[in-house]
Ligand binder design. Structure first.
Ligand code: A5A
Ligand code: ZN
Length: 481
């Protein structure tokens, strides 16, 4: 039996997160390389369910899966000047083959725009080849210089979903950006992860992008976590890689590209946002185990209890539930509850002597820990309904929490107070100038997330929180990971 230290979710989030991912066997960060980690079986199953969801959304919207090499030759990586300028400090280099120095250094991909463009150049000839929409789910390497954090800021990102698209016009690429934003909204909605969508400021956009749109969520410690980004890359990469297409009028033009990505940060957010003092709380549709059956075998009726549990177990399997029948005899039912609560199993079924008499099962839900008795002949119906209820209430609770932590502030000291005390996100009026934007970051000791794209704030009559000129936008600022 694992010894569980019940760290408080609400008061010591950072420790809670580390404790819970190791004790629930989601992610093991003891591997002897800084910033990398291991997915043990249980975590791998959560990861696979999240990936399956992502793949479905991409496949349904006409993206095709590909697989590109992890090695990128130095000259390719250097082709787009801004791109390499920002990634230079973060690249892992392969310099030797055995003992022999390589003629061309090879980068471990920090992202794949350059590798993809080298091949798009060969694949795209004609306007009928466009739009081209591909994605891959791979590992990428970034020598992160900020403090690393399990799953949240890693040096080997193991679950990097990157989509890359090429288009005939700027507008069509922009339409793709909007489609990507819609896909991510559905993805996060499915995972019950609340988000803010912001246009990243010029000084914080992706290296080589015309503009970047980011999804941020807020973790329990009041810091924002970027969980997905969508970039309009204009013709920047197309020009650097000479990717052109033949237009119907016989002339050639550079393509317009986009890229958008997410990573295991999403799984970190899933765990962080829904968890509680007892451990993980998983939404039923991504939980590796949706239901656990725990027998309560009293002396004299053990056989009957086991028999009923076995029948219920078979029935649930038949209906497609992911279910475990915990028959272990060396630990008590109470210890089992504790164990499966830590693992975040959404529903527990107990069957004991009283249930046998009444022809019921006792059901408890992980999210609220509420229990009730259900007649056995209604069990399947009730379980299906309960799974939907759990999902909905996780969704509602998470959004309510996020909304309660975002608010308009028009005084810089007050904004600083909110940011530094990690109370949440301050939404402040801004004139639109970069210098005022940077000063907002400096004076609040936070990071600007950008201009809200999902929320309409009225700026009329408001003045820039720094210079006092007329405000053009509201802008979000807070502490970030
Ligand atoms: N090619 C584009 C899509 C790209 O690389 N964009 S990105 O740099 O913004 O990364 C995409 C997403 O990956 C980010 O929004 C973030 O959620 C995640 N990510 C980036 N670096 C990470 C790291 N070191 N550890 C974990 N996740 C990371
Ligand atoms: Zn200003």
């Amino acid at each position: 039996m694992v010894e569980i230290s019940r760290t408080k979710w609400s008061t010591d989030f950072s420790k809670w997160f580390r404790d819970v991912i190791s004790q629930a066997e989601v992610y093991d960060y003891r591997y002897p390389v800084k910033g990398v980690g291991v997915w043990p079986p249980y975590g791998m199953k959560i990861r696979n369910n999240v990936i399956t969801l992502m793949k479905r959304l991409l496949d349904e919207s006409g993206h095709e899966e590909v697989l590109f090499p992890m090695l990128i030759p130095e000259d390719l990586l250097r082709k787009e000047a801004e791109h390499i300028a920002k990634f230079e400090e973060e690249v892992f280099w392969v310099t030797h083959g055995g003992k022999r120095p390589l003629e061309r250094r090879l980068a471990l991909r920090p992202t794949s725009e350059t590798a993809i463009m080298a091949m798009f150049k060969l694949w795209i000839k004609d306007h009928t080849d466009l739009p081209l929409k591909v994605y891959q789910i791979v590992n990428v390497f970034r020598y992160e210089t900020k403090a690393t954090h399990p799953m949240i800021r890693v040096r080997e990102v193991t679950t990097f979903k990157e989509a890359h698209t090429a288009h005939a016009t700027f507008e069509d690429a922009e339409r793709q950006v909007k489609e990507a934003v819609e896909i991510y909204k559905r993805f996060f909605d499915e995972l019950c992860i609340p988000y803010m969508i912001s246009l990243r400021p010029e000084w914080d956009k992706f290296a080589g992008a015309v503009y970047s749109i980011a999804f941020d969520t807020l973790l329990p410690d009041g810091r924002a976590l970027q969980i997905g980004t969508v970039h309009h890359l204009g013709q920047n990469f197309a020009k650097a890689f000479e990717v052109t297409y033949l237009k119907p009028d016989g002339t050639h033009e550079y393509v317009y590209t986009t890229s958008y990505g997410i990573s295991e940060r999403v799984i970190a957010a899933l765990i962080a946002i829904h968890g509680d003092d007892h451990g993980l709380v998983l939404p039923p549709h991504v939980a590796p185990i949706q239901i656990v059956i725990v027998p309560i075998p009293y002396k004299g009726v053990e056989k009957e209890v086991y028999k009923t549990c076995e029948e219920v177990y078979k029935e649930l399997l038949k209906h497609g539930f992911r279910v475990v029948y915990d028959k272990r005899e060396d630990i008590t039912p109470g210890e089992k509850y504790y164990y499966w609560e830590l693992k975040g199993v959404p529903i527990r079924i107990e069957i004991g002597p009283r249930n046998l008499k009444e022809n019921t099962a006792t059901i408890s839900r992980r999210d609220t820990l509420d229990r009730k008795d259900i007649p056995l002949d209604r069990l399947i119906y009730e379980l299906k309904k309960l799974m939907d209820d759990i999902k909905q209430s996780l969704y509602d609770r998470a959004w309510k929490w996020l909304r309660s932590r975002v608010g308009i502030v028009e005084d810089i000291e007050q904004a600083k107070d909110i940011v530094t005390k990690r109370q949440g996100v301050a939404v402040v009026p801004w004139c639109g100038s970069e210098s005022c934007g940077l000063e907002i970051e400096e004076r609040t000791e936070g990071r600007v997330l950008g201009v809200p794209l999902d929320e309409k704030y009225d700026v009329k009559g408001r003045r820039c929180i720094i210079c006092g000129r007329e405000a053009k936008h509201m802008i979000r600022v807070c502490k970030t990971y």
